[in-house]
Write a protein that binds this ligand. Structure first.
Ligand code: ATP
Length: 764
């Protein structure tokens, strides 16, 4: 007899059979995001351990050697992720610095004869690089557009965002970043490096890319979403560590901003990966210092050693510093709001017109950016070099501090060109420079602030890889330096440095826009190499975050929402306190399956809904209905495709006693297989197949998480988020209690720590 629940499912199946689209997956646009603006097309990942029959059999077979191999493999992969991300970061930096070097050397050589010819060469060089970037992204790797942090954040929150961890996304991100950053756009390479680290981690975790024939059987130890999640976390930390040469900051950024689940074993591995990155990057930089890497030498990687900056600060300075925090909060929140409107408009109108429009858009922005950064300094009057500066101006053809650009006198420099007509890393180093008082005029700083802020807002969301750290630092350090100039003039104390205020400004803008505090604080200390500023950075970050929070959410949360990524935030919504689990279930008619199901019925049910989990119902000898577990759609599809476990009888396969006679390869059921891989349309079943039966008992998850109907939704939310679940079953109050588990029951002597390490993901 079919249960009522199953009849519900069949009824829905019959009604909806003819109306439903064929595709099992949501549709995605060229940028790799769901076309639907809501979250319904997004699938979740299976982070839960499915303790089915196959899993239990495998656990019993596991020897100590195998466990040791898995633990060693995890550490080996952490090492490879560190090395891979470090090498990718060095490659990007060397390429960007060299392209920038050639560009500026050529432009400076040509402007000795004609400024107009110099402008044409400069604009064309940038345009060529930006075009290569947008071409790679739109034609080859759509998911490589943007910073990738909202998508990785979503992935680690349990959402499967299409295409973000593919091999071609990795390649697109690396080469796209070189083009977009080298092309002088108002964006950075740091966000993309986080995405690159995550891609490297995911690919290593699955043993390479089988599609491109770059894979190794030895690395294919981890295929489940749960294991990949841990590796991707390592990759994110490695990306930040490589971008800023800030290993501790990388670990904290992964913990604070990107991950939703954390555990102590993971901390060690993430820390190890970041340390490996630091070593790789340092070794490469030492090697490059002797000129072996072309224009890439001391510059390139963000590190502004201002350890010889301001020695001390007075109590009175705290007020202007707090003002910097407030400005950072306001400008950061405004940045989030403006980019939100523009991204919404782009996604819904402009980018719908196709790849060509995306290319034209970014090429136009590139021409405007180049024209502005070349043209505006031409309007500025040059300033005489400070007498103390022997390296002012830079030698002809060199870019760096004190750029001599359109100056009548050889002993002059153009302050606006020093920040506008320069590589981003050099511009930031110049803004943080504590050498000269009033190196930049207030007019130049204001001009740069307004123009660069506008360019950063407009460039954000275009179809090229783009990070927001560097634009944020440039914007923040400009107004920070402006406040610093005012403080120097007002207090008239010799020890006050404008560069210190520029650093605080950078921290405040990032805090006001990204709303990251602890990790950003550590990153700023690591890159400035000055521990004395720690309390000041903490102060401005706290103020800017508080001010920003009063207006809107952080940049990544806003962007994730726009991309239809339904993030589960760390705190449940207030109204959930008043709701029960039952009230939280949007669908009242549960589509469930009987233990033994006819193949044709199963196909009907799968075809008429897109759910990924189905409760499985059986009956006890006394006729009582029992929920015996949860079956994943992905597992059902594997069963239908292979057909090996089809049976003629409608009776349970173990009805004659003993274990289940599974003919299927167990390994396919131990881990949740990706639901993206297989769709119902790929499966061809004959009439004979459709008349057969399948016993689901060996393949289902017999211990899904179950909550009573009157549990508060807040509690359900916390359980769901903290355990990284995909499904929770809501049931009526149980009629009896079998036992109680308390802390003492769980304090069992463990004779194998490594085994705990492998399994604890499920309970962390
Ligand atoms: P995810 O989308 O997170 O990967 P899923 O695909 O299993 O999980 P959806 O089908 O997207 O879940 O869920 C949409 C709505 O359908 C939710 O409100 C959920 O409660 C409901 N739902 C999910 N599974 C079933 C089911 N088997 N029977 C009835 N309703 C369901």
């Amino acid at each position: 007899m079919l249960s009522n629940h199953f009849q519900n499912g069949m009824e829905t199946a019959r009604l909806a059979w003819s109306q439903l689209p064929n595709s099992e997956e949501g549709e995605f646009d060229e940028v790799g995001f769901s076309k639907k603006s809501d979250s319904s097309a997004v699938e979740s990942l299976d982070y839960e351990v499915i303790e089915n029959y196959a899993y239990r059999e495998e656990q019993e077979k596991r020897g100590k050697l195998f466990v040791g191999y898995q633990v060693s493999l995890k550490w080996f992969l952490a090492l490879l992720i560190g090395i891979g991300t470090g090498i990718a970061a060095i490659f990007i930096n060397i390429s960007v610095e060299n392209f920038a070097g050639w560009k500026f050397a050529l432009t400076f050589a040509i402007i000795q004869k004609s400024y107009f010819a110099g402008l044409v060469i400069y604009v064309s060089f940038n345009l060529a690089l930006v075009f290569s970037s947008v071409y790679i992204v739109t034609r080859f790797a759509p998911a490589a557009a943007g910073s990738g942090i909202p998508e990785i954040k979503g992935y680690l929150n349990g959402i499967d965002v299409h295409g973000i961890l593919l091999f071609r996304t990795l390649v697109g991100k690396i080469f796209g970043s070189i083009g977009s950053v080298g092309g002088g756009l108002a964006l950075g390479k740091e966000g993309p490096l986080v995405h690159i680290g995550a891609c490297i981690a995911s690919l290593l975790g699955q043993g390479g890319s089988t599609k491109y024939h770059i894979s190794s059987r030895w690395l294919q130890g981890f295929n489940s979403d749960r294991d990949r999640r841990d590796l991707v976390t390592c990759g994110c930390a490695a990306g930040v560590a490589a971008a800023f040469r800030a290993p501790v900051g990388g670990v904290l950024f992964a913990l604070e901003e990107v991950t939703s689940w954390w555990r102590s074993q993971l901390m060690w591995r993430v820390f190890f990966t970041s340390a490996v990155v630091a070593v790789v990057v340092r070794t490469a930089m030492a090697w490059c210092k002797s000129g072996k890497c072309g224009h890439f030498g001391a510059g390139g990687f963000i590190i502004w050693d201002i350890s010889d900056g301001q020695e001390d600060y007075s109590f009175a300075e705290l007020l202007p510093m707090a003002v910097i925090g407030v400005i950072g909060g306001l400008l950061g929140a405004l940045f989030n709001q403006l980019t939100r409107y523009i991204t919404y408009w782009r996604r819904n109108y402009l980018h719908k017109k196709g790849a060509r429009v995306k290319m034209i858009e970014i090429c136009l922005i590139s021409v405007i950016t180049s024209a502005v950064s070349f043209g505006l300094p031409l309007l500025r009057k040059c300033s005489p070099c400070p007498e103390s500066e022997v390296e002012c101006p830079n030698p002809p053809g060199m870019y760096g501090n004190y750029v001599n650009f359109y100056c009548l006198n050889d002993k002059e420099y153009n302050d606006l060109a020093t920040i506008f007509f320069n590589t981003q890393d050099d511009a930031i180093r110049n803004l943080f420079s504590a050498k000269t008082i009033h190196e930049y005029s207030a007019q130049s700083l204001l001009t740069f602030l307004v123009m660069f802020y506008t360019l950063a807002v407009v460039t954000f969301g275009t179809a090229v890889p783009a990070g927001q750290f560097v634009p944020g630092i440039m914007i923040g350090s400009t107004y920070g330096r402006l406040v610093g100039m005012f403080v120097v003039s007002f207090y008239k104390k010799p020890n006050i440095e404008e560069g210190t205020y520029a650093l605080l400004g950078a921290a405040s803008f990032l805090g006001g826009s990204m709303r990251v505090t602890v990790s950003l604080c550590v990153i700023m200390v690591e890159i400035s190499n000055n521990l004395k500023f720690l309390p000041l950075i903490m102060l401005v970050l706290l103020i800017s975050k508080a001010v920003g929070d009063a207006f809107n959410d952080g940049l990544y949360e806003e962007q994730a929402r726009l991309r239809g990524i339904p993030l589960l935030e760390s705190r449940p919504k207030y109204q959930m306190r008043r709701m029960t689990a039952q009230e939280g279930c949007r669908t009242r008619k549960v589509v469930s399956l009987p233990r033994v199901i006819k193949v044709s019925d199963l196909v009907s049910i799968l075809r008429c809904n897109t759910h990924n989990g189905f409760p499985v119902i059986d009956h006890s000898r006394s006729g009582e209905t029992l929920v015996i577990g949860l079956m994943l759609r992905s597992h059902l599809l594997v069963l239908l495709q292979s057909k090996v476990d089809f049976q003629h009888s409608s009776l349970p396969s173990d009805s004659r006693g003993g274990s289940f006679p599974i003919r299927h390869n167990n390994s396919e059921f131990i881990k949740p297989v990706s639901s993206k891989g297989l769709s119902l349309e790929d499966i061809h079943l004959s009439q004979d197949d459709l008349d057969m039966y399948i016993d689901l008992a060996p393949f289902l998850n017999p211990s899904p998480y179950i909550v009573p109907e009157d549990m508060s939704l807040t509690k359900v939310y916390n359980l769901f988020r903290q355990l990284g679940l995909r499904h929770i079953l809501v049931v009526p109050r149980p009629s009896r209690v079998l036992g109680l588990i308390t802390r003492k029951d769980l304090l069992i002597e463990d004779d194998d720590d490594s085994e705990t390490e492998l399994q604890s993901t499920s309970v962390s």
